[in-house]
Design a protein. Structure first.
Length: 502
């Protein structure tokens, strides 16, 4: 291959597949032009689980570790995690993996002294800034290239900001006013808690400066759950994705910031719909971009089943980050032996052939409390969580499947002119054959193959391959079609297609 191919096109929805034309001719006979045929289905591909392989083994991890997030940047997997030292202090620490996410190094950063030495991988105390969301901002000056946000609150007493009052003191003031007979409205007028988003910046993801003022003041609006931000280069904007409520049902909202401290009002982006079971909430977003580029967006949504109080994960996809759909309404990451599982952004490469999503799994139901008529509500000890990788082969989150024989035509795409590659797998006796055809037209006319790229010349594809070159009579050279708009007609049987590149 003389030139690098465009990014693979995954099969996530029906868009991009020619739906066909139908009508009735002057002779009164019906006709149909190149429609999809056969039993074609979109099927999510369930992940396999692998251990994280990051155990508490240093004095500053004696009280345990909690991974916050993993991201890939400049070919390196970077992890920020929380640890508790044997001194009882919570810290933010950093580790990295240069290959497969299974072997982690703790670089000696020299930033924090612990036990008389700064030869450790600690960044700062958790109290300084808890790094649950980290992203790279290529539009920022070098000293602010990395950014992070956390949620917080500020207390106003009689309309004046109070930076010294503590949470116990706020609770005590409220209890005293309730005891004196003040209404909830009067208490809220006296003691207002305004929800804010704090920001921090860093040149390298290691040395963090907390911004003096919040990047966003949400007032008294309820901010429920996590708050994740990323920079969208195509739109030159910051995008925040966070949880909200719609008629007391959890949902996902989206906010746009034209600057890091200038945000529009949030809009609802995703919620369970009438095709879902009546007892489900979507608990968080776990948003990330599709690896390898392209304007594709993913959410690994933790679906909370209220009746059973369990959580599993479904996949939602989008082409613009605003309009979302699900290829299939089943878990892409099943609970297995666990009661609740949650994904942590991002979806990152694991070597050349695999992808991984960091996953926290627990052996407890979502609710940590029990209730009996005799004893009322009481807390139940939370069992320890475990961390895993949910793993897929590259570009294999969703498959377009055919149990028997099927065919479909894709809408036009400009041919890169080198070769066409396909990520596919066939069952025993299965096959895939590819035609390159002229673009379906309106008004309709027969859809013919380009000379030399028809069904008769197509070599069958058999087996399991992440990037097989498609050939016609043994040749895969597409230089004669370079720069032309072509459509791809695929014939298949007992096969799964995951992505194509042309």
């Amino acid at each position: 291959m003389s030139e690098q191919l465009p990014a693979p096109i995954p099969f996530f929805d029906w868009y991009g597949i020619w739906a066909g034309h139908g009508g009735v001719g002057r002779d009164g006979l019906s006709w149909i032009q190149d429609p999809p045929a056969g039993d074609l289905q979109l099927r999510v591909q369930q992940a396999t689980l692998a251990p994280l392989n990051l155990a508490a083994e240093r004095p500053w991890e004696a009280g345990g570790i909690t991974p916050n997030l993993v991201m890939e940047h400049d070919g390196v997997l970077k992890m920020w995690y929380r640890s508790m030292g044997d001194d009882g202090t919570l810290y933010i620490a950093y580790a990295e993996s240069a290959d497969d996410g299974m072997t982690w190094e703790r670089p000696e950063l020299g930033l924090v002294e612990y036990g008389g030495s700064s030869a450790n991988n600690l960044l700062h105390t958790n109290e300084h800034f808890a790094l649950h969301c980290v992203f790279v901002d290529p539009s920022a000056p070098p000293e602010e290239r990395y950014k992070s946000v956390i949620t917080g609150g500020r207390v106003y007493i009689d309309g004046e900001l109070n930076t010294t009052i503590t949470k116990p003191e706020v609770k005590e003031m409220r209890r005293a006013m309730q005891h004196e007979g003040f209404s909830p409205d009067k208490i809220a007028e006296k003691i207002e808690i305004r929800q804010v988003i704090w920001g921090a910046v860093s040149p390298d993801g290691l040395r963090w400066t907390k911004l003096e003022e919040p990047v966003r003041d949400l007032g008294s609006k309820t901010l429920d759950g996590g708050y994740d931000v990323h920079y969208d280069a195509e739109r030159d904007a910051y995008i925040a994705i966070h949880r909200g409520h719609l008629e007391r049902r959890r949902s996902i909202r989206r906010s746009v910031g034209r600057a890091f401290d200038d945000w529009e009002e949030p809009r609802f982006m995703f919620a369970p719909d009438p095709q879902d079971p009546i007892d489900v909430d979507v608990y968080a977003s776990c948003y990330c971009r599709y690896p390898g580029g392209g304007d594709r967006h993913l959410m690994f949504l933790p679906f909370y089943h209220r009746r059973l109080s369990t959580v599993d994960i479904q996949l939602a996809t989008s082409r613009d980050g605003e309009l979302w759909s699900r290829p299939e309404r089943v878990p892409i990451i099943p609970r297995g032996q666990y009661d609740s599982i949650y994904g942590l952004p991002q979806l990152v490469p694991h070597g050349p052939d695999e992808w991984g999503l960091l996953l926290v799994a627990t052996h407890h139901r979502h609710d940590f409390k029990t209730y009996t008529p005799e004893e009322g509500e009481k807390e139940v000890a939370e069992p320890p969580a475990t961390w895993h990788w949910a793993k897929w082969k590259r570009d294999r989150l969703v498959a377009l499947t055919a149990e028997g024989e099927a065919q479909f035509t894709m809408v036009q795409r400009v041919c890169h002119g080198s070769e066409m590659r396909m990520n596919f797998a066939t069952e025993r006796g299965g096959w895939v054959r590819v035609e390159l055809v002229y673009t379906p037209q309106t008004p309709p006319q027969p859809v013919e193959a380009y000379p030399g790229f028809g069904l008769e010349e197509a070599d069958p594809l058999v087996g399991d391959d992440l990037s097989r070159v498609v050939t016609w009579k043994g040749c895969g050279d597409l230089s004669s079609l370079k720069g032309k708009e072509v459509s791809i007609r695929i014939h298949m049987a007992r096969a799964r297609l995951f992505s194509i590149a042309i």
